[in-house]
Design a protein around this ligand. Structure first.
Ligand code: BES
Ligand code: MG
Ligand code: ZN
Length: 504
């Protein structure tokens, strides 16, 4: 997909379709202006009053034969006083999907008055343009790669145009950067949607190796022997029940002085979660191919951070395993030991994510990190609690949590904090080990996940935990706006926004 920013009048854009924008409170004016420009082509539209400029609506008109573009879309931006970055994303995405459905290959999108939007949203020109671009780019993906006739092709060329030269520099920067970020989101979606017979832990590692060379970061992969040698008991035991052995991936990006303390991202990479011996019911089990959504978000964040050349150091830790019930599988009642030697009683083999994360969080301390953030599809309870709207945020550091919250508001990959009160600790107590891996059923399931992980973090570093079980693919049923079927790629935009603040 080619992308371009053009300071041009709408009449001068040559494309299969051009899309203009109108605020609801100024829709009449804009239609008349366009109608004059296009010599009465919009007479009927104006007469019928079919277009009112409501947010995320659009209407198609055909233009006369002497025009450079034959199709004119007009997108509604809603009331100018109520505009938000998210309403922009939704408006552009809705229009982009409609235009794409008509099989247009070159398309021009008008950029609205950025100064006006800035005065209402307080966002920078760069951020406003970024939201607009996200709206368009995030629609250009489909998970149909296994169709024997996959007829999905993204737009060939997207032109963002405006007749004002005022914001060219910020807008072109935003355009370039958001293409990189959206490509990274799509990488994450692609990984998540990949069936587990194709994406085993080993293939995941191979994919990341290839990605790292192209994007500009490094990867080290520990195989099952190395994992055993290092006593990573969580990864080792969860992986035992599968014929596809586990891997432990270390991603490294150095964009600053080597002595700068890194931020560490930890991603749950369960390529398939059957539940193991505590096997899951069959309904919905197919979705568990996406139980590596956290790991996918980490890979996406690396792709973006490395390509945008952030001036910071970043480490990614991904325990990749398949959780299966086989003769050699770990069992309820087993006692295992994490990398740091903490003993864990297995109460439920379906609480596997926290076991592999325990090793990774233990391992993270080796980097003396300035912050560690884990991201994981950890608990079904997060879906019960938040539906498909929010990720659960927990942690031990107010400042870090606040930063994540703010990045979530900006990107609309939103989070909500849950408490890790000490009183919860006793629910995870074991009679035979330092901790057990599941609390009592139906009690604060998402918090229990956080309480378990806290045991491995303690106060060794500032830490935040994101439970994305509801948002990684919860929107699977919804193909609205800038989401596509299946995975969302949640976390990539959130991390890219957050980590920007660590870049100096
Ligand atoms: N991968 C699941 C969590 C999950 C459920 C993610 C639904 C997305 C949608 C996780 O490994 C799991 O099975 N968690 C258990 C924990 C319980 C046994 C303590 C759960 O939530 O039931
Ligand atoms: Mg599980
Ligand atoms: Zn799981």
């Amino acid at each position: 997909m080619k992308i371009k920013y053009d300071v041009k009048k709408i009449k001068d854009i040559k494309a299969d379709a051009v899309a203009s924008v109108a605020f609801e409170d100024m829709a009449g004016q804009k239609l008349h202006w366009l109608n004059t420009l296009f010599k009465g082509n919009l007479d009927t539209l104006i007469e019928t009053n079919d277009f009112k400029g409501k947010a995320a609506t659009s209407i198609l008109s055909y233009l006369g034969p002497d025009n450079r573009s034959k199709r004119l879309f007009i997108m509604g931006l809603g009331n100018s006083k109520e505009i938000t970055l998210e309403s922009l994303r939704k408006t552009y995405a809705t229009a982009a999907k409609k235009i794409h459905a008509l099989k247009m290959s070159t398309v021009g999108f008008e950029v609205p008055d950025l100064a006006l939007i800035k005065s209402i949203t307080n966002a920078s020109h760069y951020e406003i343009m970024q939201a607009i671009c996200e709206g368009v780019f995030l629609t250009q993906y489909s998970p149909k790669k296994y169709y024997s006739k996959n007829d999905f092709t993204p737009f060939n060329e997207v032109i963002f145009f405006t007749d004002s030269p005022k914001y060219t520099r910020e807008a072109t920067d935003a355009l370039k950067d958001s293409k990189v970020i959206c490509d990274a989101v799509i990488v994450a979606r692609e990984l998540e949607n990949e069936p587990s017979n194709f994406l085993t832990p080993d293939r995941f590692a191979e994919y990341v190796k290839k990605s790292s060379i192209k994007a500009g970061y490094q990867v080290t992969v520990f195989d099952e022997k190395k994992i055993a040698q290092l006593n990573m008991g969580g990864v080792l035991n969860v992986g035992k029940g599968s014929i596809n052995p586990p891997r432990f991936l270390i991603l490294q990006y150095f964009g600053a002085n080597k002595s700068d303390k890194p931020v560490v991202l930890v991603g749950k990479g369960v390529t398939f979660d059957s539940g193991g011996i505590s096997i899951k019911p069959s309904a919905g089990m197919d979705q568990m191919k996406m139980d590596m959504g956290g790991a996918a978000a980490v890979v996406g964040a690396f792709e973006a951070v490395a390509r945008l050349k952030y001036r910071m150091n970043l480490i990614g830790l991904i325990p990749a395993v398949e959780n299966m019930p086989d003769a050699n599988a770990y069992k309820p009642g087993d006692v295992i030991k994490s990398y740091s030697g903490t003993s864990i009683e297995i109460d439920n083999t379906d609480a596997e994510g926290r076991l592999v994360l325990a090793d990774a969080l233990d391992y993270a301390a080796n980097y003396k990190p300035r912050a560690v953030i884990d991201i994981c599809t950890l608990t079904g309870a997060a879906v019960v609690c938040f539906g498909h709207l929010l990720a659960g945020l927990m942690g031990n550091d107010k400042e870090l949590s606040k930063k994540i919250y703010d990045a979530g508001q900006k990107t609309y990959e939103r989070v909500w904090e849950l408490p890790l009160y000490e009183e919860y600790d006793k629910l995870m107590k074991s009679e035979v080990a330092d901790i057990k891996n599941a609390g009592p059923a139906r009690q604060a399931g998402t918090i229990m996940g956080g309480i378990f992980l806290k045991k491995f973090v303690q106060d060794k570093y500032p830490w935040a935990h994101l439970d994305i079980a509801g948002v990684a693919f919860g929107l699977a049923e919804s193909t609205e706006e800038y989401h596509t079927i299946g995975a969302t790629g949640y976390g990539v935009r959130l991390f890219t926004e957050l980590l920007r603040q660590y870049s100096h």
